[in-house]
Design a binder for this molecule. Structure first.
Ligand SMILES: [Zn+2]
Length: 67
């Protein structure tokens, strides 16, 4: 089994653990922070924007593949 390392798109840490979206990785630390961040905290907005950007990209790729 080949262990692939990835760089977290939020904190830049290299990790093998985390959520992967289309090859983009969010490390477990950032995942926890995202989950634990309250909606009214400024940090939440930047996390949300990051997720949204990836999501948008993933959806775009999907629609291209389905054509
Ligand atoms: Zn991270």
């Amino acid at each position: 089994m080949i262990e692939q390392t990835h760089r977290c798109i939020f904190c830049g840490n290299i990790t093998i653990d985390g959520i992967q979206l289309r090859g983009r990785l969010i490390c477990s630390e950032c995942e926890q922070e995202l989950i634990n961040t309250q909606v009214d905290e400024p940090a939440y907005q930047s996390y949300k924007q990051g997720i949204k950007a990836i999501w948008k990209e993933a959806i775009t790729l999907d629609s291209r593949l389905n054509e």
